[in-house]
Design a protein around this ligand. Structure first.
Ligand code: GN1
Ligand code: MG
Length: 354
């Protein structure tokens, strides 16, 4: 605990800190809230440096994007800007992060009276669609460069290659498990149709845009009336297909079960959420979205549970080195759940045209 106080002391007056307590349930970084006068005032985060190896680029990306959005909101006369866009604090080093014992830390303002959810109603899904669409739209005229913080992050061809490498290496002997072999076979069987986006990109038909790339429901803050306040978890902002933001949101929001649901019967694709989110997203992106992007949104909704199954299975085969796990088979349970969601999504969206 003392360590956390010392680190926070690089960003704020340590005498004002009452306590520091864990916050949220991300799979990558460690997050805490800093209490001042009985209220959460700041968010302290340990950046996972194994995942985000270039912390300078990471923090630069976030500063560039949040400054751009803040300026736009100012020129549009939007009120309450500090609750609508994240704000990184500067440390006594002059940077927006500090390094202590090879660990990287940052501090942001806590946005008061805000709520996160793991599941949404169709009404909230509509607002979420609008917000992610608006978010992309606000960034279409960004001139400053945004680095590809995790190269090939949502490149399914690359994720499949990583799976094949893990299989070839089989460092902990998981390939002996029949269930693992079965998933590998199914993933390979679907791979050709799932790599459509990368093919369209190579043919010069599909653009990359600045996307959020982690649009899970819990990466959005709502106010008490259900309005979207602010989009959070900006680490993975990078150039990508719009499929990333559209597809990854539905992967969490339209799933009637949990991401790691052990009971596969809970998992279905909620068409009402799909319709509401799509309506909002199409409104938010109407100024720039190309027909090729729009037509392939149903494909995007199937791509993300597929890609997540590939990523969870790869981590399981590698001996769980990437995602935080709560029990030994967690990544296999996650794979089962994401695979079921992929099948359910394909079934539900067969023949759906946008
Ligand atoms: C990770 O940290 P978190 O939970 O927001 C991951 C996403 C995955 C997600 C699966 C940098 O996000 O890509 O979709 O877990 N982020 C990174 O829940 O790999
Ligand atoms: Mg998150």
């Amino acid at each position: 605990m003392n360590e956390l106080f010392n680190i926070a002391g690089h960003f704020i007056d340590p005498k004002t800190i009452e306590s520091i307590a864990p916050l949220g349930n991300g799979l990558i970084n460690d997050t805490y809230k800093i209490m001042v006068h009985g209220e959460p005032k700041y968010v302290l985060q340990r950046i996972n440096n194994a995942v985000f190896t270039d912390v300078d680029m990471l923090q630069n990306n976030i500063e560039t994007v949040t400054n751009h959005i803040r300026q736009k909101y100012e020129s549009q006369g939007i009120k309450d800007i500090n609750r609508r866009v994240l704000h990184l604090l500067k440390a006594d080093t002059g940077k927006t992060y500090v390094v202590e014992n090879e660990q990287y830390w940052r501090v942001m303002d806590f946005i008061a009276d805000s709520y996160t959810y793991e599941a949404v109603t169709p009404e909230y899904a509509y607002y979420a669609g609008r917000s992610f669409g608006d978010f992309e739209s606000l960034l279409t005229d960004l001139k400053a460069p945004i680095g590809e913080i995790i190269p090939d992050f949502h490149n399914i061809e690359f994720r499949l290659k990583q799976m094949e490498e893990a299989i070839a290496e089989d460092r902990v002997g998981q390939m002996r498990e029949v269930e693992v072999q079965k998933f590998v076979a199914k993933i390979r069987e679907a791979s050709e149709r799932m790599c459509l986006g990368e093919r369209l990109y190579r043919e010069g038909k599909l653009p990359k845009r600045i996307c959020h790339c982690d649009t899970k429901v819990n990466n959005m803050l709502f106010d008490k009336d259900g309005n979207v306040l602010c989009i959070i978890d900006l680490d993975t902002i990078m150039p990508s297909f719009v499929f990333s933001d559209y597809g990854d949101f539905l992967r969490s929001a339209a799933n009637t079960g949990a991401e790691d649901d052990p009971d596969l019967d809970n998992i279905h694709f909620n068409m009402e959420i799909f319709e509401a989110f799509t309506k909002g997203y199409l409104e938010g992106t109407k100024s720039f979205l190309l027909p090729i992007e729009r037509e392939n949104l149903p494909y995007a909704a199937t791509l993300f549970p597929y890609m997540q199954a590939v990523r969870f299975l790869t981590d399981y085969i590698n001996g769980n080195t990437y995602y935080k796990i709560k029990y030994p088979h967690h990544n296999l349970v996650r794979t089962r759940a994401q695979w079921r969601l992929f099948e359910e999504t394909e079934k539900s969206l067969a023949g759906v045209k946008l």
